[in-house]
Design a protein around this ligand. Structure first.
Ligand SMILES: [Zn+2]
Length: 176
């Protein structure tokens, strides 16, 4: 289940949440800006946006509302201005997710569009033994299994041998 909304005000979803197999948290917006729109930013603006994005991802993990955080490098879809701390930010994210037992998603759309960013995410997750989910937060059902072959190759390349899935609301680790 995906809740594409402000996760601080999701109380009305409570009964739906209780039935969900797993709850996916997604960040699509920063201060009202849908950052996947047709924007371009200066280097300085772009770096600030990345920093804000990482902060929101951390908050989503720490909120305790979600079992998965989807597409954690989606900011890269329009914003090429990676901060110099990019890998450190990813590592911090991976470390927090690992300690909270929250999975980070290796997203198929990201994998096809900017695999170099997904590679850096996967390296951080491998280093911190972060649970990984593979696929999509399913805005479009036909994209759920997108790029599974490429993703499997990438995960093997960085030494990840297991992915997390959920069955009847219980997390299970599957070997690749
Ligand atoms: Zn999404």
């Amino acid at each position: 289940m995906n809740i594409p909304t402000d996760f601080h005000s999701h109380v009305s979803y409570t009964s739906a949440l209780q039935m969900a197999t797993a709850v996916i948290g997604s960040i699509h917006e920063i201060d009202g800006l849908q950052f996947e729109g047709s924007y371009s930013w200066s280097r300085e603006e772009g770096e600030v946006l990345w920093t804000q994005y990482f902060k929101l991802l951390q908050e989503a993990i720490l909120s305790g509302c979600f079992q998965v955080i989807s597409h954690p490098v989606r900011m890269g879809s329009r914003n090429p201005h990676l901060p110099s701390t990019f890998d450190e930010e990813l590592e911090q994210l991976a470390s927090i997710a690992s300690s909270c037992n929250v999975a980070l998603e290796i997203n198929g759309k990201d994998m096809l569009a900017y695999p170099h960013l997904v590679y850096r995410l996967a390296c951080a997750c491998a280093k911190h033994h972060t649970p990984l989910s593979v696929g999509s937060d399913a805005h479009y059902p036909d994209r759920v299994a997108q790029a599974h072959g490429e993703t499997e190759q990438l995960l093997c390349q960085v030494g990840v041998r297991r992915v997390r899935m959920w069955k009847q609301r219980e997390a299970e680790e599957y070997s690749l």
